[in-house]
Structures are given as C-alpha cells and as structure tokens.
Design a protein around this ligand. Structure first.
Ligand code: ADP
Ligand code: MG
Length: 246
C-alpha cells in the first residue's frame, strides 16, 4: 500500500526561445489503494507527468514522493512504480519469448521463476503455454496483458497506466479494462490511470484529475467531478461523452 504524490512538479522541454512547459506546477496525490484517473486532451501533459513519475523524464522543478519520501531510481533495485504504455506492439521485444520478457522483470525474485511466470500469466488471463510464444504470435489485447504481467512481476506498489487501451480494438478494450480494475482491487495497487477518454476514466477511477495545458484544473472524487464539474474544460469533456444507458 503506497501513496504517490506530485509536489509542485514542473517539466519543461527545450531551451531558450524553444522552451515549452509541458507540466506546470502540478500537485496531485494518488492515495494508497486508489485509482486516480488523469484525463485531458492530447498534448495536455499527461504522458510527461507519467514519465516523470517513473524516472524517464527529469522534472525541472518540484518533487515526486512515495509515502512521503522523494523517489530515487537506482539500477538493479526493485522499482516501486511500474508503467504500462499505450502501444503493446512496440513495448515488447519481438526477439524475446513472452516467458523471458516476464522473467526478465522478476529481478531478485527468490522462488521458482518459471512457476512465477506461469502464475503471472494466469493473473492476466493467459495460458501457461503462452510463455513459449513470441509477441508476433499475439493479438494486441494479449500483448497488453503481457505488458501488465511484466509490470506486476516487479511487485510494484504503484502502477502508472498511460492510454493502455487506446491502441486496442474497441471490441477488446472492455475486457482489458475489467482485468486491470480487478487486479488493482485484488492487489490493492495504487494507480494513476491516464486517458484522453473520459468515458474510460469514469469507468476506472475513484478520483479524477482533469489536466489542461499542463495544469490540473480540477480534482476530486469521480462522482463529484462527473456530477458537478466546476471547470469549463471539464464541462466540455463531459458534454462530449455519451451518457450511460442505465
Ligand atoms: P499528452 O500525453 O497529454 O498527450 P504529452 O505529455 O505527450 O501530452 O505532451 C505535452 C506537451 O509536451 C506537448 O505539447 C508535446 O508536444 C510536448 N512534448 C512531449 N514530449 C516532448 C519531448 N520529448 N520533447 C519536446 N516536447 C515534448
Ligand atoms: Mg500521452
């Protein structure tokens, strides 16, 4: 159980005249065991914030804290934050079997690694035989399940999911979302769930943060944000989402 907190985080790209602020003094907390949905249009800075959390991008200012302590990334150590990316086609090494891809993420695992790989495959709804397949033999949805298994192999406290169903067929998006939501509950993971799609965020989140031009313009319990949006931009996002049929 872990709390992730962004404290006045700013990320700038470029220098001089070409500098731009992608993330602008963001304060955001992902409470322990909860899902914070981060929604905003393309280019609003969502992925930049995610990349900063997992150490792929250095904040220009501010800090990112896990249980109140600034995050430090050292190679060879267990990473308490794991990220699942949008594109399951480029996030898996095509030359590695699914089994070795997952086993690689089991650094420091004390038990039987082959058995653990099978357990992780089972967790994400894939059969044990899949361990011998290469990514090329898998559908987009199956690849994304492997990416989720690999993230879980690192025994994370926090998962950052960045547009994880955006590249998938609409017909299989629901089953991947269901899987992630049930794993999150079962494993009591804290999760930052990012999507440009408010309908998807609504389905997944306990709390919702709305990002606009690098800033969090609205944050609160999902039902409050959806039921009584305060910011014009949130109202526009909501107006664009089809109503729930029941
Ligand atoms: P989102 O995930 O919400 O679509 P991003 O975080 O990807 O937004 O991008 C935020 C802004 O930062 C955009 O204007 C984008 O063009 C810019 N940006 C993203 N990555 C880079 C980069 N590596 N170098 C320069 N600009 C970038
Ligand atoms: Mg993005």
């Amino acid at each position: 159980m872990s709390e992730l907190r962004f404290d006045q985080v700013t990320v700038r790209y470029g220098v001089g005249r070409h500098a731009m602020t992608a993330v602008d003094t963001v304060d955001l907390t992902v409470p322990s065991g909860q899902v914070v949905g981060l929604v905003g249009e393309s280019g609003s800075g969502k992925s930049t914030l995610a990349r900063a959390a997992v150490g792929l991008t250095e904040p220009s200012a501010g800090q990112i804290l896990l249980n109140g302590k600034p995050l430090k990334y050292r190679t060879g150590q267990r990473r308490p934050l794991q990220m699942v990316f949008q594109d399951p086609y480029s996030s898996l090494d095509p030359r590695m079997t699914i089994g070795s891809t997952i086993a690689e993420a089991l650094s420091g695992f004390p038990g039987n690694r082959a058995e653990e790989v099978v357990r992780l495959l089972g967790l994400v709804g894939l059969e044990a035989e899949r361990a011998r397949s290469y990514p090329g033999a898998l559908s987009g949805g199956q690849r994304q399940r492997v990416a989720i298994a690999r993230a879980l192999a690192g025994r994370p406290d926090v998962i950052i999911a960045d547009e994880i169903t955006s590249a998938l067929d609409v017909s299989i998006q629901g089953s991947v979302l269901n899987l992630v939501r049930s794993l999150q509950r079962e494993l009591q993971l804290s999760m930052l769930f990012i999507s440009h799609n408010l309908a998807v965020v609504r389905y997944m989140s306990d709390l919702i943060a709305v990002m606009y031009l690098g800033r969090i313009v609205e944050f609160g319990p999902a039902e409050q944000i959806l039921g009584d949006p305060q910011h014009t931009y949130t109202q526009e996002l909501l107006a664009a989402v089809p109503r729930r049929s029941q």
